[in-house]
Structures are given as structure tokens and as C-alpha cells.
Ligand binder design. Structure first.
Ligand code: AMP
Length: 280
């Protein structure tokens, strides 16, 4: 496994990887890797001869006051996990290498990124799109793998790739969960024991919505009322930010809720903001 730390070296590396031929796969991450990230590497390795993983805590997708400084980092452990997962190249760029101090060109997605997480994090997806576009230029992947865990990010990236003609196929990996159902996330490390129990409210509420839907209740308003009542009763420490029923590609709200709909939520547990979703 090669470790590449500069943008120039990454570009040279991707040029040489391409000379040998074969599909090049890419998994962008912010590190502090868990089984969810590893599952994306496995998916990449199914579709690609070589896999590049980037580890970069991207400052431009955090607003002032968010957790950029506290975001968990463990480079040594991440490299060991990548090596064990069969990653070919790990790209660890520095902030100053990736961003000129007077950078003035940004990638703005003007529709999908306005709803859901975009409402409480208005600059977030601009930061995500900009960094992913840069990483695509440097790595030049044929396929890139993103997690269904960040369903809105997946939709936004797919839209960026379509609208800016990136020659990259986007693959989605399913959400990896802890045995009790909590979606794996690098941010779970912030949770105290009590908060960890409350955090289960997210996946349990999504499970309850799925149960209701399967018994024939397809009205979004009713499903939302039941979900909110369930959260308030069983998981009062969970502060729901949003709960949406929408099309997974356009993120347009849907009511009644059809099969294939995305049910996504964001909530705070203590000071930790968590997201989760299911596809009906
Ligand atoms: P992050 O390091 O949190 O920016 O995530 C990097 C990639 O891993 C993104 O495409 C995420 O959607 C994906 N990811 C994060 N958590 C999970 C999970 N629990 N299961 C599957 N993919 C995940």
C-alpha cells in the first residue's frame, strides 16, 4: 500500500496507475475509519482493479462553531485498516496543499443541497462538492463509492457528476450498523453512555416508520406524527432536526410515500448531530 501526501504526487500516481489499465476505484473519507468505510472499500474492490482512499477532514464543509477542530483523527489506525482492507493507495493531502489561501472558485449545487441538512448547514454541500471535484481531478477515478448513510450527499454528488460531466461512475454502499442498529459514524465517539442509548432512537424510529408503512399506512403526515410521538415518548433526549419522506434522487417530498422512497432524519443527541435514513 502506498501513502501519498501531496496533490502533485497523487496526480502523478493516478497517471501511473492508469497506464497499467484496469478500473480505478476511489473512496473519499474524512478518516477515523470504521466498518462502514471498509465496506465501501470492499465495494470498490469488486468493481475496480485498484482502489484509492482519501483521508481528509475538509475544513470548508464545516461552519464556524461546528466540530472541525474536535473531529476525531487517528492516522496510524486508519492506515492499518486500509492496509488490511486491501487499499492500494491512501491519499492524505494537507489543507494548504489542497486550498490556495485566496481560492475563489467553488462548486455550488443549487437545488438538492438547499433542503434537509442544507437548511441547518447552508455552506456544507458547497464545501463537499468543491473538495470532491478537486479529489476527482487529482485521483481521476473511473468509479467512486459513497455511502447511502449520507443520502443527501450521494444525491448531490450524483447531480454534480451529471451536470459537470465528470467521467466517473458513482456507486452507493449500504449503511453499516452496529449490532443494535445504530448507524456507524465517526461522530459516534462523541456520545456518552447515556447518549449512546438515546442515539438508538434514530434507527428505531426509522424501523417503526417502516413497520407502519408495511402495515399499509402510507400518508407522510401520519407517519411523521407517529414517529415524532414515538421519539418524544421513548427517546426524549433526541432532538429531531428534520424528518423527510422524499425521492432519493430529486429529494422532492412525497406524500403518499411510495416504495423506494427515502426516509431521512437528522437529530441532536446532546451536542452531537447525527443522521440516518432508510429506503422504503
Ligand atoms: P465520512 O468519513 O464520514 O465523510 O464518510 C466517508 C464515506 O463513508 C461517505 O461516503 C459516507 O457516506 C460513508 N459512510 C459513513 N458512515 C457509513 C456507514 N455507517 N455505512 C456505510 N457508509 C458509510
Amino acid at each position: 500500500m502506498k501513502v501519498v501526501r501531496s496533490t502533485r504526487a497523487m496526480y502523478a500516481m493516478s497517471q501511473s496507475l492508469r497506464i497499467g489499465g484496469g478500473v480505478l476505484g476511489f473512496v473519499p473519507t474524512m478518516g477515523y475509519l470504521h466498518e462502514g468505510h471498509v465496506s465501501l472499500v470492499q465495494l470498490s474492490r469488486k468493481h475496480a482493479a485498484r482502489t484509492v482512499v482519501s483521508i481528509f477532514v475538509n475544513p470548508t464543509q464545516f461552519a464556524p462553531g461546528e466540530d472541525f477542530a474536535q473531529y476525531p483523527r487517528d492516522e496510524e489506525r486508519d492506515l492499518a485498516l486500509c492496509e488490511a482492507a486491501g487499499v492500494d493507495v491512501v491519499f492524505l493531502p494537507g489543507v494548504d496543499d489542497l486550498y490556495a489561501p485566496d481560492a475563489s472558485v467553488h462548486v455550488v449545487e443549487g437545488s438538492l443541497s438547499r433542503t434537509m441538512c442544507g437548511q441547518s448547514r447552508p455552506m456544507h454541500f458547497e464545501g463537499v462538492c468543491t473538495v470532491v471535484a478537486k479529489l476527482f481531478h487529482l485521483v481521476q477515478p473511473d468509479v467512486a463509492v459513497f455511502g447511502q448513510k449520507d443520502a443527501q450527499q450521494l444525491a448531490v454528488i450524483r447531480r454534480m457528476v451529471r451536470d459537470l460531466c465528470f467521467p466517473v461512475e458513482i456507486l452507493a454502499g449500504p449503511i453499516m450498523r452496529e449490532p443494535d442498529g445504530l448507524a456507524m459514524s465517526s461522530r459516534n465517539v462523541y456520545l456518552s453512555d447515556a447518549e449512546r442509548k438515546s442515539a438508538l432512537g434514530l434507527s428505531r424510529t426509522l424501523g417503526m416508520i417502516l413497520d407502519c408503512w408495511q402495515t399499509g399506512e402510507h400518508e407522510a403526515i401520519v407517519l411523521e406524527q407517529q414517529a415524532r410521538a414515538h421519539l418524544a415518548r421513548v427517546y426524549p433526549a433526541v432532538q429531531l432536526e428534520y424528518l423527510v419522506f422524499c425521492d432519493p434522487d430529486t429529494l422532492w417530498p412525497c406524500d403518499p410515500v411510495p416504495a423506494g422512497a427515502l426516509v431521512a432524519l437528522a437529530a441532536r443527541v446532546g451536542s452531537t448531530r447525527l443522521i440516518d435514513n432508510i429506503l422504503i
